[in-house]
Design a protein around this ligand. Sequence first.
Ligand code: C2E
Ligand code: CA
Ligand code: CA
Length: 827
Amino acid sequence: MLRLLKSVRPLDRYTHSFMAFVLPITFNTAEADIIIMDANDSSDLESLVRRINRHAHIIALSSTENVRSISSILAPKDDVWHDKMSREEIIFRFQKMLKLISEENEHRINEYYLEAAINSVPDLVWFKDKDGAHTRVNNSFCKAVGKSHEQINGRGHYYIWDIEPEEYAKGEFICMESEYEVMEKKKTCVFDEKVLIANDMRELKTYKSPLFDFDGSVMGTVGIARDVTIENQYRHKMINNANRDFLTGLYNRRYIYNYIEQLKGTPYTLFYIDLDHFKKVNDMYGHAEGDRALVTTKTILEETMRDSCIARVGGDEFMIVLSGEMTKFDIDKLANELQDNLKTAYAADSVFTVLSASIGTYYVAANSSIPLDNIIMEADERMYKQKKIAHGHESSRDVSTKDTVTGLPRYEEFITELTNKIEYIDNQRVAVIYGDIKHFKYINDTYGYHKGNELLSDISRNFQEFEGNYISATRLYSDNFVIALLVSEDVSNEEFRNMVSRWGMKTEQELGLSYATKKLRFVAGITIVDKENHMDAETAVSNANIARKEAKRKKEDCIVLFNDHMLDDLKWEIEISASLPDAIRDRKLEAFYQPKIDSKTLSVIGGEALVRWKRDDGTYLAPDNFIPILEKTGQIVDVDYYIYREVFSFIDKRLKEGKKVVPISMNVSRIHLLNDEMIKYVESLFTEFPIPREYIEFELTESIYIRNSEEAIRLVNNLHNLGIRVSMDDFGTGYSSLNLLGTLPIDTIKLDRAFLQRDNFSKNDKIILSNVINMSKQLQMKSLCEGVENETQIEYLKEAGCDEQQGYYFSKPIPKDKFEEFLSNNK
Ligand code: C2E
Ligand code: CA
Ligand code: CA
């Protein structure tokens, strides 16, 4: 028998040897995996079996009659061999036992690995069955709940966390329904949870995943929780510090600007406060006293201006924002009160008696479209004006009727005059010009407000040059003027525009000489009111302003006549912007896909996601009709996120169905450069859809790199850190950035279709194209050419070594289901 067993080959990675002995047992049975014993004397067998270490498998040799009684003593893993067994049967059963032992070992090792892994981390790890009973937890978990493994195993949530069900019902420190959520969604979810651990409220970041049975049904969950309490505390502290002025503890400029940005559309009042003679305190008594003056000021501001956002925005400058509607009367009253309180405080301190404060206020009505910079500048200017009044340079009586800076009439007066003119218009025409000075801020910043104001009054004096035609003019705020002129009968609208344009250039020249800058530019929109279009004065001003916005976009000759199309554009813009939220909610946006083709094999190797907007009539709106608008309003971010999510879920679904998947690239709007939100969003998508990173790519346009290279590179690096490839889109449009290429960390360059679409694709175009492709090769970047529309182009690109192609020849951007067809038809 021994010889027979010795002839059996051990399993892979195992060896075995045999030892023989007679009773009593003289060696440690724990060292044996199999114990073969003669069991014919079964009276002894029971006690013998009990003495043997039960990790070993027993093979009991028995006579045929005894098999039954012997097997009743043994365990299922043991075996009974009887004397009628053939050699083949013995070998077969012995091999089976060896296999069983190796599987047991495998299982033990896996157990051990899992145990070691979950116990090596400080995070809490637990497994639960689908009724919520804990089936396994790690040591950190035991420690957190103050219970042993034995106490925890098989027990539910309330017991383990010492929570009374009533307490749970009241909604305290729960993290249970999240489990149901995970089992329902059948995928990993992330939760931020608060839990009471050893009487200490801790913040946990918890990842929970479903566990699937062999048949795919959910049989429980696994959870991993990290204690992020300290981390969060630091983060809050850091954010807080970044928002605060170190000396006074007030908010800083950055914070209050953001704050105001968030109030956009709602009414609020801005107070701009500047200390007079602060420098004197510093010079005469030293910086410590200066600091004390600022802190004293802060105290008064906080006491007087309750429920407001207060910031120190410069050495001795403060800004306060009060949100909500306010009458002019209330604003003045509050400003006076603040002024009085400051005066009293300064007078009470022997060092501060020289100090006083100037306050400028500005009320922003609901839905105001005045840009923040202009609001702040105006509040600042009013503050400055007050300073002058206080110092007796100007009589305060002037303030109400005329603009103190330019001497021009106030807006109300201007409108009254314009209305009168328009009413008696007859055969004449009245032009309303809404203008401003591009880069006016530059004068303020470099030369100070004195100079800025001088410039404004110089300009308004120049208006008088329209002698004979001049009706009236006013300054709305900052550098925004409106001028009303009569248009002579023999002058056409376009001729009139030219005249204003000439006047603008002359003014720019003069200003350029006196302020040593070529930056200043007169930008204006013009409305011409005649008998036919009978516009009222306010509409005329508003339309001129619309034309001015158009003018702002132009590089040269920034004087633009208003036409009705501009209103159409504006209406369209408003419609698009207003209907986007509904479109997103109703899933009216769709990702279309355009295939990318390998030049060599002509098979599909990727796709680009391009957004489409499904209109109520079933047609699709192309992105050019809405993306530029949504970029202006910032809503493009919502569109992008929508598309990104569509793409992730598309890939995830196909992977789950075991279908062919290719990498999909998505477009990145420049708005994403402003902060790291996009990165966070993409990360969250990977959590929601755990797909391999190589299936996701992003495209940034060349112009993004050129205009904001620093931010662009940071974004690319962040994407790379996530394992995502990035391409440069529209390469070769306008600004060609050949020398920039070398410094950019991108993976692919996408040659713009303009390369192929120049008239009949000349020799020179080919030279440029093949050189760009070569260069990209040397820089280890892939190249893709867009806009491929015919076979000549395909062949040429192939010869030039371009790796990939995309264009109508292969396919237009197509809906998801069509793209799926494309994928399955293409090898
Ligand atoms: P793009 O990124 O340069 O996309 C390529 C555009 O070229 C697409 O226009 C595509 O339809 C068009 N095209 C492709 N092959 C050919 C061809 O052979 N001939 C011609 N004539 N055109 C071709 P589409 O879909 O109208 O998109 C226009 C632009 O809108 C895109 O230019 C992209 O900048 C932007 N865009 C599209 N979807 C999104 C999005 O989800 N987010 C953002 N931020 N921008 C998007
Ligand atoms: Ca693109
Ligand atoms: Ca492109």
